[in-house]
Write a protein that binds this ligand. Structure first.
Ligand code: NAP
Length: 441
């Protein structure tokens, strides 16, 4: 009988995700060994405080506060501490020691990914991060491996469950943003400090990772244009609904014609912003805190990946998948599976992209207003697809004002910005209440 090899697995962090990873490693040890061809031995768990209560009962002797020593003695390291330091240094130590690394740390990858991938390439070790984007949903490997023989043209993702929950609540109940956020916090979908979610920073980190894989070029967080959902009002949601749209926070990475950098060619627009989607678009059906990523490729056509984007147990599934794959490589040998970076396409600023737009205007209720506004749009080459007017009468003063909702055909960001500026200068305009982008039309 051949002896089965034992691989030492160091777990860094035992919070929401780490505790579930530890549980699966212990409970499913036999099945994991059969799939891997080696025993995966949980050699220790590094935490800040050994006495903190845990979601899962685990042998006390596994816990340590000395992450460095644990890492140096491991074949495989799972980093689930979060944050930048000490996660980054520990990952670098693991790589330099030749250990395979699995992480779910999107914040670290978006900030320092390129450096870490290079370190891993140099050392010939596998750095895997399926859990970093959209929790349980297999999206990293499908983009990196399954679609590596195709050309991806666009990735649209609902990659933040908190904001999807809030926007879905606003859509289904008519709630204002602040009330929907409070409800999300009460139910545990949003953190006490929700900034990273509602300002789009978490989605932007994931957009950088998805764009890098899809377009074989390393994009960093600074390449991502980012707008959160705090300015989306109940009135915007209602107006969108009325016109057959739903508002989602999308992470978008797409190939666009490079109209802003000198000699043209193609570039990649990577951005996160609230977006109107037609209600029949597959992403419009993604409700509550679920995530989904919609991929368009030249040969495969349209693909959609859907599931739970967060939560300890779902995310642990993605971590274990990476672990089994990294362990199999250690057993079987062969080069580390890394993403290719041969694309060399530039990241383009938001000004280079073009979409349809939704514009809300508060205007004086006077004859000729519509014609004046339509004229300004035409002057700037922005063509109007839908224009709707609703009249409001102030209960006290009886003064009438009108609310105009406009959806344009596809126009460049620059033309739209110039149009909005010109419209603002009209005397008949009380205010521009919203400017949102539209996709999927
Ligand atoms: P968490 O619940 O906050 O747990 C973090 C764990 O790391 C805790 O056990 C903590 O120790 C430990 N830790 C933190 N700093 C440490 C340090 N300096 N030294 C030693 N241990 C330290 O985090 P989580 O929700 O499980 O998330 C972990 C990672 O997975 C993050 O990168 C997150 O972005 C990513 N992720 C999470 C989810 C999710 O649904 N939660 C989904 C996808 C990706 P103590 O317990 O002693 O405090």
């Amino acid at each position: 009988m051949t002896e089965v090899r034992t691989l030492k697995v160091a777990l860094l962090g035992c919070g929401n995700v780490g505790a579930q990873v530890a549980r699966i490693l212990i409970d499913d040890a036999e099945a994991l060994a059969a799939r891997t061809g080696a025993q995966l031995l949980l050699s220790g768990i590094a935490v800040r405080n050994i006495d903190s209560p845990r979601d899962v009962e685990l042998p006390r002797e596994l816990f340590t506060t000395d992450a460095e020593t644990l890492v140096k003695d491991a074949d495989l390291v799972i980093e689930l501490m979060g944050g930048i330091e000490p996660a980054r240094s520990l990952i670098v130590t693991a790589i330099q020691n030749g250990a395979g690394v699995v992480t779910g740390n999107k914040a670290l990858l978006a900030q320092d990914g390129p450096r870490l991938y290079e370190e891993a390439d140099k050392a010939g070790v596998q750095l895997s991060y399926e859990a970093a984007v959209a929790g349980a949903i297999p999206i990293i490997r499908p983009i990196r491996d399954s679609l590596s023989g195709d050309r991806i043209t666009r990735v649209l993702g609902i990659v933040n469950g908190t904001t999807n929950y809030i926007l879905d609540q606003m859509d289904s109940t008519g709630a204002q943003f602040a009330d929907a956020l409070a409800e999300a916090q009460r139910l545990g979908y949003a953190e006490a400090d929700p900034t990273a979610d509602i300002e789009g920073h978490d989605a932007a980190a994931k957009a950088a990772i998805l764009a890098s894989l899809a377009f074989h070029t390393r994009f960093a967080l600074e390449n991502v244009y980012c707008e959160g959902i705090t300015k989306v009002s109940a009135a915007d949601i209602a107006a969108a609904k009325d016109a057959g749209f739903v508002i989602k926070l999308l992470a978008i990475a797409e190939k666009v014609q490079n109209s802003v950098h000198g000699n043209g060619g193609e570039g990649i627009s990577v951005r996160v912003h609230p977006t109107l989607l037609p209600r029949e678009h597959p992403l419009a059906a993604v409700r509550g805190a679920f995530n989904a990523v919609f991929v368009e490729a030249e040969n495969a056509g349209e693909l959609m990946f859907y599931g739970q984007g967060a939560g300890g147990t779902p995310t642990a599934s993605a971590v274990l998948g990476d672990l089994v794959s990294a362990a199999r490589r250690l057993v079987l040998g062969g080069p580390a599976r890394t993403e290719t970076t041969t694309g060399h396409v530039p990241a383009l600023p938001i000004a280079a992209s073009s979409t349809s737009y939704y514009i809300g205007l508060d205007v004086a209720d006077q004859p000729g207003v519509l014609a004046k506004i339509a004229h300004i749009f035409a002057e700037h080459g922005v063509s109007i697809e839908i224009m709707r007017q609703t009249i409001h009468r102030d209960a006290e003063s009886q003064a009438e004002s009108a609310e105009l909702r406009i959806i344009t055909h596809r126009a460049s960001e620059a033309a739209l910005a110039a149009t909005v500026e010109a419209v603002k200068g009209l005397e008949i305009i009380n205010s521009v209440t919203s400017v949102l982008r539209v996709e999927g039309v």
